[in-house]
Design a protein around this ligand. Structure first.
Ligand code: SF4
Ligand code: SF4
Ligand code: SF4
Length: 357
């Protein structure tokens, strides 16, 4: 894959030539005018450096990350009031279209995909889970991926300090994106099979054969499951004073160690390849993307402001590696868009618009 990779600097300059879609303008370096436009915008609104959508999203992501693991506030920091605050928010919500396992001991809300798979595997059809997920995704698209999901948040924060990102060509990107769909099909198929076998009382042999993969075949490779269920299942430190538990080698099985290595690998790679797990591997994200394309809230480009022949800043900063200029001005309907609004924050001509339709 090495020759298929473009290195892209956040300033908009590709080190190597990428392969644009047919009829698409070539990737172009950020022009002097676009840099100047950004400076002028900053001069006219210096507070914009702090009070902007990017910063708002970062703060929201941090708060959501803590809130989703609300019980940890009591266990670790002895903050019952803050914990009660988060419980009051999340417990009045249905499952959310994010990646968050049901069994997380500190978790106060679960992901729609994780819940759906568990319900299939117990022989239930997840009407409520799918219904709630549909309502959310049809309204805000995959914004929960961009603003709430803890695994997306970790990847975003790891990517932050790196200015030079690796971006595969569109052909490679499209092939890699298919992997998460295959994973979804396998995981959903196994869950339905196990559920059916349990309903008919014939699940014994299947349960033995599948082992750790029986209730949710994705769980052993799910970073959220490994971080929020497996890790606490080890000898989890229950206070700051017991943090040293992590260093006790006797508590780790080989399998648990391999899973931790996988999680570290996922986060390490996201330093160079933003949200690569979301883009290529996450079956939950793929499932949500089926319904997000025509969400009521989306983004478009103002044709009077956008200068696609001399600028590609929005594409360079897009963590999902979406070729935004290839879509119609009116509606950027990519199912991979997570509504992070990085493109809007960085567009030097303020050409990205939020659409409500
Ligand atoms: S694609 Fe998966 S891991 Fe990424 S933000 Fe969405 S649900 Fe979370
Ligand atoms: S939307 Fe903005 S960043 Fe993207 S091509 Fe148009 S002017 Fe450039
Ligand atoms: S198109 Fe814009 S809003 Fe959508 S994922 Fe890319 S940067 Fe975020």
């Amino acid at each position: 894959m090495a020759e298929d990779v473009d290195r892209v600097d956040e300033t908009g300059t590709d080190d190597e030539e990428s392969e644009p879609e047919e009829g698409m303008p070539e990737d172009v370096p950020e022009t002097v005018e676009t840099k100047e436009a950004r400076k002028i915008s900053l001069r006219s609104n210096p507070l914009g450096f702090i009070l902007n959508i990017r910063m708002l999203r970062r703060i929201f992501q941090i708060l959501a990350f803590i809130g989703i693991n609300g019980y940890i506030l009591l266990a670790w920091f002895h903050m019952p009031n803050v914990q009660a605050f988060w419980l009051s928010i999340w417990q009045n919500l249905p499952t959310l279209p994010i990646l968050a396992p049901l069994e997380a001991p500190f978790g106060v809300i679960a992901g729609s995909f994780d819940t759906m798979i568990r319900e299939f595997a117990t022989g239930f059809f997840p009407f409520f889970t799918i219904g709630a997920m549909l309502i959310i995704v049809v309204i805000v698209g995959r914004a929960p991926c961009g603003w709430i999901c803890p695994i997306g948040t970790i990847q975003d924060f790891i990517t932050l300090p790196k200015r030079t990102k690796i971006r595969p060509t569109q052909g490679t990107e499209q092939e890699l994106r298919k992997v998460k769909a295959y994973i979804f099909v396998i995981v959903a198929f196994l869950a339905v099979w196990v559920g059916f076998a349990r309903l008919t009382g014939t699940a014994g042999a299947l349960e033995n054969a599948l082992g750790d993969f029986v209730n949710d075949a994705f769980a052993p490779l799910n970073p959220a499951y490994i971080l929020f269920v497996l890790l606490p299942g080890q000898r989890w430190p229950t206070s700051l004073e017991t943090l040293w538990y992590f260093t006790d080698p006797n508590l780790w099985s080989i399998w648990a160690l391999l899973q931790m290595v996988f999680v570290i690998f996922v986060f390490l790679v996201s330093f160079w390849v933003p949200r690569w797990f979301c883009r290529w591997l996450c079956p939950a994200g793929w499932f949500y993307s089926i319904f997000s394309r025509d969400a009521l809230i989306g983004i478009g480009r103002n044709p009077a402001r956008c200068t696609p022949d001399t600028c590609n800043v929005c594409e360079v900063v897009c963590p999902m590696n979406i070729r935004i200029r290839k879509y119609p001005y009116k509606h950027m309907y990519s199912p991979d868009c997570i509504m992070c609004l990085e493109c809007k924050s960085h567009c030097p001509n303020n050409a990205i618009i939020l659409k409500f339709s």
